[in-house]
Design a binder for this molecule. Structure first.
Ligand code: UT7
Length: 333
């Protein structure tokens, strides 16, 4: 616990929801000049989930959020704040979080979205941390939810093979109890100078929506994959080391790394550089691909459900995303 604050923030429950529809690498082979072998060896992905009719970031988020509340045994009316981390909001406004609030019946909660792309969940945790540690709120629901399939260019093999849809949630609780558990710290950074590495260039406020930009494919994800790969490794290692040092730990103290699932090779290199053995990384990119802001909370939920996280474990969550944005959170479970 930070010695300057009276309260701490703990994870009280987690949840996830993914669409039923599975799109395998073999399915992609039928429409793209790619192969299961290339995708698996370069990314670690075997399949991803795709939102169907009637599914959107808010519907996925509401299901994940409900599950987090149920697992914590907390009623929706008790939630003070809902933060939805998404770069694929249902519509421009109102926020996706407002739709989630309505759907789950969190009638007493304020609700808003944040946009930090793949880093969204760790950025969301850092916001929740401030509200809870200051004593302002008791329960904050942080949800990462994405329908990336709606903004990928299905003819661009360098991006469309990577992304998937889904939602993950964590209910954060303020606690006054003594002890060393909870969200120990979060560390977040941005570098707008590298905004061209991953971008959806289509304008809203800048140019207005135009047929010209739709036809030009400006509302699809564009990514300089190789350059992003290099900076992702550097920043995730740096910020992980910062989080550990800030709390007086070393890599040897980490029980499990639950990284952003961007690419299996990135996760392997980051943990290798940190000196953390491969059996202490949680990986589920094979099943879901890169679900952007949803990837860490989905992985956290599965890691806990599979017994990979036990009470007292030290869990490190490193992330990188468009912006560029990056960060890490450290949790004593
Ligand atoms: O979540 C936010 C952060 N995002 C990331 O961190 C993504 C980071 N980047 C990556 O994960 C990787 O850079 C990719 C998976 C996107 C690409 O892997 P790479 O090893 O960096 O490949 P590359 O871009 O250097 O391309 C190597 C070759 C190229 O062919 P040539 O020019 O060598 O003939 C590509 O055209 O692989 C080709 N290629 C493909 N081949 C088969 C690119 N995509 C595919 C594909 N199937 N899907």
């Amino acid at each position: 616990m930070n010695k300057y604050t009276q309260y701490k923030a703990e994870v009280a429950g987690t949840g996830m929801h993914v669409p039923k529809k599975v799109l395998t690498n073999f399915d992609l082979e039928k429409t793209l000049d790619t192969s299961d072998e290339w995708i698996r060896t370069r990314t670690g992905i075997r399949e991803r989930r795709i939102a169907g009719e009637g599914e959107s970031s808010s519907t996925l988020a509401a299901q994940a959020g409900n599950q987090a509340l149920n697992s914590a045994g907390v009623a929706p009316e008790e939630v003070d704040l809902i933060i939805v981390c998404t770069s694929t909001p249902d519509i421009l406004f109102p926020s996706t979080a407002c739709f989630v609030q309505k759907e789950i019946g969190a009638v007493n909660a304020a609700a808003y979205d944040i946009s930090a792309v793949c880093s969204g969940f760790v950025f969301g945790l850092s916001i929740a941390e401030q509200y809870l540690k200051s004593g302002r709120y008791r329960y904050v629901l942080v949800i990462g939810s994405e329908t990336n399939s709606r903004i990928v260019d299905w003819t661009d093999r360098s991006t469309c093979i990577l992304f998937g849809d889904g939602a993950g949630a964590a209910l954060l609780k303020r606690t006054e109890s003594a002890g060393s558990g909870g969200l120990l710290s979060s560390h977040i950074y941005s570098d707008g100078g590298k905004s061209d590495l991953i971008i959806v260039p289509g304008g809203i406020g800048k140019t207005g929506v135009s047929c010209k930009s739709v036809e030009a494919g400006d509302y699809f994800i564009k990514m300089l994959g190789n350059a992003t790969f290099k900076v992702a490794v550097k920043r995730m290692v740096e910020v992980s080391q910062e989080a550990l040092e800030f709390n007086g730990f070393t890599h040897k103290d980490v029980d499990l790394v639950v990284p952003h699932q961007a690419n299996r090779r990135i996760m392997d290199v980051v943990t290798e550089k940190l000196g953390i053995p491969a059996d202490r990384i949680f990986i589920n990119i094979d099943k879901y691909g890169n679900t952007s802001a949803a990837s860490i909370p989905i992985a956290l939920h599965e890691a806990w459900g599979e017994g990979r996280i036990a009470p007292g474990n030290l869990v490190l969550l490193p992330v990188i995303g468009a912006g560029l944005t990056w960060g890490a959170a450290l949790i004593r479970w």
